[in-house]
Design a protein around this ligand. Structure first.
Ligand code: MG
Length: 449
C-alpha cells in the first residue's frame, strides 16, 4: 500500500483527500502508464462523482488517451464495457460501500480484473514523480459517450434462462446498481419491485449489505410474498441476499450455494476463495465435483488465481463473486440473475440453505501496534506447531493452520493497529478451547515482538 492507493484503489473523503486535483493527476498517471489506446470511464451515484470524473478524464485526454465515458455505471458494467469496446483499461469513480462523503478511483485491466498492487505501485511512482506524458495539440485524446447496458443485458440473457417467473425485490441502496440490476431481472421475465433505486447520491440505508442494513428489504420480501430479495453496495460489485421467508442469508451459506450451482451449470472444477472462508464451502461442493483453492483476501487475488489457473467460480465471504465464464470483474448484478436461475432449477433458497453445513465461527481482535505486526506474525508462524497439532499451514496472507475439523487464521489488519483471529470448529466447546489457546499465542507473540 502506498501513499494514495489502499486495499481497494484510492479511497477517502471528497475535497479532503480525494480532490479534483488528485483525480487529474491520477488520470495523467494512468495515461502515462498505458502509453496509448482507449480507456472506459464509469462512475457511481455520489454527488462528487461527476466533478472527479471530469478532472480524471481531462488528465487522460492530455496524455493522448481516447476515452469512452459510460457515465453513471456500476463497476461490473464498466468491467463489461472494457471488453465490449476492446479498451486497454477501465476506471471507476466510486467509494464502493463507504458513506456518501467518500469517493475514490479504482483502475481495471483490459481483461476485466482490477489492477494488481504492483501495477498500482507503478501508477503511484508516476504520480509522485510528476513525469507525465504530454500529448501535443494534434494528438490529444478524443472523448466519446456510450451506454453499454443493452449489450450487457443481451449477453447475460445468452447465458441465463428461466422457465418460470418470480417476484424479486431489488434494493440497490441508491447506488449505481439502480440503473441496471432491476432491468436485468425484468428482462429475465421476473416481476420486479425496486427499493432505494433513486440514484441521487443520498443513501437511505447503509451501503454495506448485511442483516441490519437490509431489514427494509427483508420486510418488503415478506409483505410482498416475494421469492427472493437481492441488494447491492454502492457500485454493485457485491450482492447480499434475502430468502423467500424474509431472512438475510448468511454470506458463508450463500457462497456455498452459488459455488455449488456454478459447478452444476458449468461442470466440475476449481472454486477459488480466500483464506478467511470457512469449511462449509469445501464440504458442500465436494460431492458436486468441486475443489477449493484458497488465496489472499481481496477480489484482485481471487481474479488473479482464476486468470492463471482457471476455475468455475471465485468468491469471498463478503459477497464479492467472480464468474469467470462471464467476466473477471466481481459482478453483483449478474450474480443476482444467476441466483434466480438457481431458484428456477433447484427451488427456494430457504430450502436449499438447509443442505449447507453450519459450523461454529469465532472472531477476536487483539491490539497490536503496526510496527510490531511483522515480527509478531513471524513468532506466531514459528510457534504455532508447539501450541497446536495441525496438518497444514497456509501463509499466503497471515497464517492459517488447519485440520480436517477446525482451522485458525491469524491475520494483521491492513488498516487498524489490531491482530485478528478467526477460527472455525464443529462444536462450540472445541471453538472456545481453540480461541483461548490462540489468544494466548498472539498476546505472547506481541509481547516479545
Ligand atoms: Mg463495492
Amino acid at each position: 500500500m502506498g501513499k494514495y492507493f489502499g486495499t481497494s484503489g484510492i479511497r477517502g473523503v471528497f475535497s479532503e483527500c480525494v480532490t479534483p486535483e488528485l483525480a487529474l493527476g491520477v488520470g495523467k498517471a494512468v495515461g502515462t502508464y498505458i502509453g496509448g489506446g482507449t480507456v472506459v470511464v464509469g462512475m457511481d451515484t455520489r454527488t462528487s462523482s461527476e466533478t472527479l470524473k471530469r478532472a480524471f478524464v481531462s488528465g487522460l485526454l492530455s496524455t493522448g488517451i481516447d476515452v469512452i465515458d459510460i457515465g453513471l455505471a456500476p463497476t461490473p458494467l464498466t468491467g463489461f464495457a472494457i471488453r465490449l469496446y476492446g479498451a486497454d483499461a477501465g476506471v471507476m469513480i466510486t467509494a464502493s460501500h463507504n458513506p456518501p462523503e467518500y469517493n475514490g478511483i479504482k483502475v481495471w485491466q483490459a481483461n476485466g480484473m482490477a489492477y494488481t498492487p504492483n501495477m498500482e505501485n507503478e501508477l503511484e511512482k508516476i504520480l509522485e514523480s510528476g513525469n507525465f506524458k504530454k500529448a501535443p495539440w494534434n494528438e490529444i485524446g478524443t472523448l466519446k459517450k456510450a451506454d453499454p447496458r443493452r449489450e450487457y443485458v443481451g449477453k447475460a440473457l445468452e447465458m441465463l434462462h428461466l422457465d418460470g417467473s418470480y417476484t424479486v425485490v431489488v434494493d440497490s441502496g441508491n447506488g449505481a446498481g439502480s440503473v441496471l440490476s432491476p432491468y436485468l431481472q425484468r428482462e429475465l421475465g421476473n416481476r420486479v419491485i425496486s427499493l432505494n433505486s433513486y440514484p441521487s447520491g443520498f443513501f437511505v440505508r447503509e451501503l454495506e449489505p448485511n442483516a441490519e442494513s437490509l431489514s427494509g428489504l427483508a420486510k418488503t420480501v415478506k409483505v410482498m410474498k416475494a421469492d427472493v430479495g437481492i441488494a447491492h453496495d454502492g457500485d454493485a460489485d457485491r450482492i447480499g441476499v434475502v430468502d423467500d421467508e424474509g431472512n438475510f442469508v448468511e454470506y458463508e451459506v450463500m457462497l456455498s450455494l452459488i459455488a455449488g450451482y456454478t459447478l452444476r451449470k458449468f461442470g466440475r472444477g476449481k472454486i477459488v476463495t480466500t483464506v478467511d472462508a470457512g469449511f462449509a464451502l469445501d464440504d458442500y461442493i465436494r460431492p458436486l465435483g468441486g475443489e477449493v483453492i484458497r488465496t489472499r483476501v481481496g477480489d484482485v487475488a481471487v481474479a488473479d488465481e482464476l486468470a492463471k489457473h482457471g476455475g468455475v467460480f471465485g468468491g469471498e465471504p463478503s459477497g464479492t463473486w467472480i464468474i469467470p465464464q462471464w467476466n473477471l470483474t466481481p459482478d453483483g448484478i449478474f450474480a443476482g440473475a444467476l441466483i434466480l436461475e438457481m431458484i428456477d432449477r433447484l427451488g427456494p433458497i430457504s430450502e436449499l440453505a438447509k443442505e449447507v453445513p453450519r459450523y461454529v465461527t469465532l472472531r477476536a481482535k487483539i491490539p497490536c501496534p503496526n510496527e510490531k505486526k511483522a515480527k509478531a506474525m513471524e513468532i506466531i508462524a514459528r510457534e504455532a506447531l508447539k501450541n497446536f497439532e495441525y496438518e497444514r499451514l497456509i501463509d499466503i496472507d497471515g497464517v492459517r493452520i488447519e485440520n480436517s475439523d477446525w482451522w485458525i487464521l491469524f491475520r494483521p489488519s491492513g488498516t487498524e493497529p489490531i491482530m485478528r483471529i478467526t477460527l472455525e470448529a464443529h462444536t462450540e466447546e472445541k471453538a472456545k478451547e481453540l480461541m483461548e489457546k490462540a489468544e494466548r499465542l498472539v498476546r505472547g507473540a506481541i509481547e516479545r515482538a
